[in-house]
Design a protein around this ligand. Structure first.
Ligand SMILES: Cc1ncc(COP(=O)(O)O)c(C=O)c1O
Length: 353
């Protein structure tokens, strides 16, 4: 057998998944849970021509649209195949074997996978019981031995780090020559970005995706935003065609039609209010969230496994129960619109009674 690279041989990935979720309630992966309307969808498709399928994508119009939308320069961005590829690009470009990488956990699982792939040593900073990060602890933990720190904001618990705290982290990191990734996958549900700080802080990389609020998870559109010197380095390992021409056309259409995105964000807000209000009445503990998902835990003595089975019998899929401290026993739901969240609460009520 031909020997695999040592670092790669230590990586395990999930087995192929042959299930179809098309007819299920997909409340488990933080995608858009509702479909686009027929009109919206046909308008999207009308952007495409046969040329878009046969020719390699022409991405500059999309780059130009993004630079105007985000108010940055062309040399401040790199499109990537989902933010997943953006994150991998950062590790591939900057992480040497033995480099220390601080990752706030829980987080998007691929941070740890890419860290292993490129030989980084993971230093874990765990969220606290109230689902927030201990910022002083994190600041104290930053030393010149660290090469990269990763924070998702909003984070994987639904909570946020306030901008002034983030700036403290970025500033201290800059003095210590530590690169900072702020993953803003869920930015649109919160609305405070650090993109504008790339001008002042040359160690800051912001990652964004079109998979969440834009509802285009399958099209694989992500981007990195940073000082041009960092982007030039990241550019060295970019794919020949960063994303497909088809994805670029639909991404452009969405930037021209942000009302579609805003309507969905509003649907999530309304759905979230229903969850807060109705679940509290049922004795379910909910955690405030700045994203399109929310942690919650059933009343004491409820059987969580039976609850999950009950939901799955009704074609409803959520995430959890989580096993590790401080989330043991907790569940996570991707938030849908009012109708979906009322339907979900009806099921919780039925199960608990
Ligand atoms: C925090 C975070 N970052 C990045 C991603 C990757 O998203 P994508 O590769 O679809 O852009 C996800 C996906 O769930 C995520 O939760």
């Amino acid at each position: 057998m031909i020997k695999t690279k040592e670092l790669i041989s230590q990586i395990d990935r999930p087995s192929p998944d042959s299930s179809s979720r098309a007819n299920d309630f997909r409340f488990d992966r933080n995608e858009r849970t509702t479909l686009f309307s027929d009109d919206e969808f046909s308008n999207m498709l009308s952007q495409l021509t046969p040329y878009d399928f046969v020719a390699y994508g022409e991405l500059e119009p999309f780059y130009n649209k993004i630079t105007k939308w985000l108010n940055v320069n062309r040399n401040n961005i790199l499109l990537t195949s989902g933010s997943d590829m953006g994150i991998r690009t950062v590790f591939e470009t900057f992480i040497n074997k033995g480099d220390k990488v601080m990752i706030t956990q829980p987080n998007y699982a691929m941070f740890s996978v890419y860290n292993k792939m490129f030989g980084g040593i993971e230093l874990i900073k765990t969220y606290q019981e109230n689902l927030t990060l201990d910022i002083n602890d994190l600041l104290n933990g930053l030393t010149e031995e660290i090469k990269l720190i990763v924070i998702s904001n909003p984070g994987h618990t639904g909570k946020v780090v306030e901008q002034k705290e983030l700036i403290k982290i970025i500033e201290k990191a800059e003095k210590l020559e530590i690169l900072v990734i702020i993953d803003e996958a869920y930015f649109h549900f919160y609305d405070k970005s650090v993109i504008k700080y790339i001008r002042e802080h040359k160690n800051l990389i912001v990652s964004r995706t079109f998979s969440k609020a834009f509802g285009l998870a399958s099209l694989r559109i992500g981007l990195l935003v940073a000082d041009s010197k960092l982007i030039n380095e990241l550019y060295r390992v970019k794919l020949v065609h960063e994303i497909t021409g088809v994805a670029a056309k639909i991404g452009s259409f969405m930037i021209d039609n942000l009302n579609i995105v805003n309507n969905y964000i509003n649907d999530v807000k309304e759905g979230k209010e229903i969850l807060y209000c109705r679940l509290a009445k049922l004795g379910v503990q909910t955690f405030k969230s700045h994203t399109n998902f929310m942690f919650f835990s059933l009343p004491e003595k409820s059987n969580v496994e039976l609850f999950i089975n009950y939901l799955e019998e009704n074609k409803i899929f959520i995430k959890g129960p989580f096993k590790n401290y401080p989330f043991s026993g907790q569940l996570r739901i991707t938030i849908g619109d009012k109708a979906q969240m009322n339907m979900f609460c009806d099921h919780v009520k039925k199960f608990l009674s």
